[in-house]
Design a protein around this ligand. Structure first.
Ligand SMILES: [Zn+2]
Ligand SMILES: [Zn+2]
Length: 311
């Protein structure tokens, strides 16, 4: 390993862009190995790699994160390697300790799935975390017939905020770096968030829980990382993504696994159409409540009282 690193160092001194690097040569090798671009032996070490193999792994990484493909450890590449990201490997290899990720197609065989959050982060209320996680699940049920409901008992998908080594073989690394990781359905679909992060909701500071949860749920449903930057399944965290949603690439890939949505919930009959006096529907003090809320459209969109108030 040492000889290889020295060799690569000499090589890259000639090939990189000569700028101040934030990622050392050995760090880049570790990163590429960690995320599946370079195969590791049973000791977890990268052995006998050639320059062409290293260049190919850099190209694969550059394609995955949507930066210019240069085959060298340039500034863009170093910057990308420094960005916070998902802990799931970008490339799947099929030996050693990585085998649990080496699945081409891993899906749930049932449509109605349950989840349970069994350890919460500090700094956020449980209610706000519950709502955010449900919102993230709802993004995926919007385009499939999958449903996701919380349960206090045994769940299909276990969710927890955990610290450092939490005894699953994939320790977290403290603040920044890896934000979360998830096991594919075949391995239980558990979602782990790094509790060391500054998780936030509806804030431009910290790490946006909805964005990371939506991404990790994609893994829990069987999706791997996408090379499309306009995808919730891109592996790097996006500091500037505030409108968290599924993109065409995500929708196509999840529907390839589970099919398109065929079941639409029926909109409820809104009580004010039945019970309130027809001459003045705004007479009731209930008009600001959200009863009649459907899965699709908040009921107040149809409430003439609210429209009147807005006018
Ligand atoms: Zn991921
Ligand atoms: Zn874990």
């Amino acid at each position: 390993m040492k000889n290889i690193v020295v060799f690569l160092y000499l090589y890259m001194c000639c090939k990189n862009d000569g700028g101040v690097r934030g990622v050392s040569d050995e760090e880049s090798l570790n990163y590429l190995r960690k995320y599946g671009y370079l195969e590791a032996n049973s000791m977890g070490e990268t052995s006998q790699i050639s320059v062409s193999t290293y260049e190919r792994s850099l190209r694969d990484f550059q394609r995955m994160v949507g930066i210019p493909v240069t085959s060298i450890l340039d500034r863009n590449t170093q910057h990308a390697m420094k960005r916070p990201r998902c802990g799931v490997k970008d490339k799947m290899v099929s030996h050693g300790g990585l085998r649990r990720y080496a699945v081409q197609r891993s899906t749930w065989s049932i449509e109605n799935l349950t989840f349970k959050i069994w350890r919460y982060p500090t700094g956020l209320t449980q209610d706000s975390v519950d709502k955010t996680i449900q919102k993230a699940f709802d993004l995926w049920s919007e385009y499939t017939d999958l449903t996701f409901k919380p349960t206090p008992s045994k769940a299909n998908i276990d969710i927890a905020f955990l610290r450092n080594d939490h005894e699953d073989g994939y320790p977290f690394d403290g603040r920044e770096g890896q934000l979360a990781h998830t096991f594919l359905p075949e391995y239980g679909g558990a979602i782990h968030f790094d509790i060391s992060e500054d998780w936030t909701i509806d804030s431009r500071d910290g790490k946006n829980l909805l964005q990371v949860a939506a991404h990790e749920i994609g893994h829990a449903l069987g999706l791997l990382h996408s090379e499309k930057c306009n995808s919730i399944m891109t592996p790097l965290y996006n500091d500037n993504l505030f409108d968290v949603k599924l993109y065409p690439d995500d929708i196509q890939r999840i529907q390839n696994l589970y099919g398109p949505k065929t079941k639409r919930s029926q909109p409820p009959i809104f009580p004010w159409f039945l019970n309130l006096p027809s001459e003045n529907p705004c007479i009731s003090k209930l008009h600001r409540t959200h009863f009649g809320f459907s899965n699709e459209i908040p009921a107040f969109y149809f409430n003439p009282c609210i429209l009147k108030d807005l006018n």
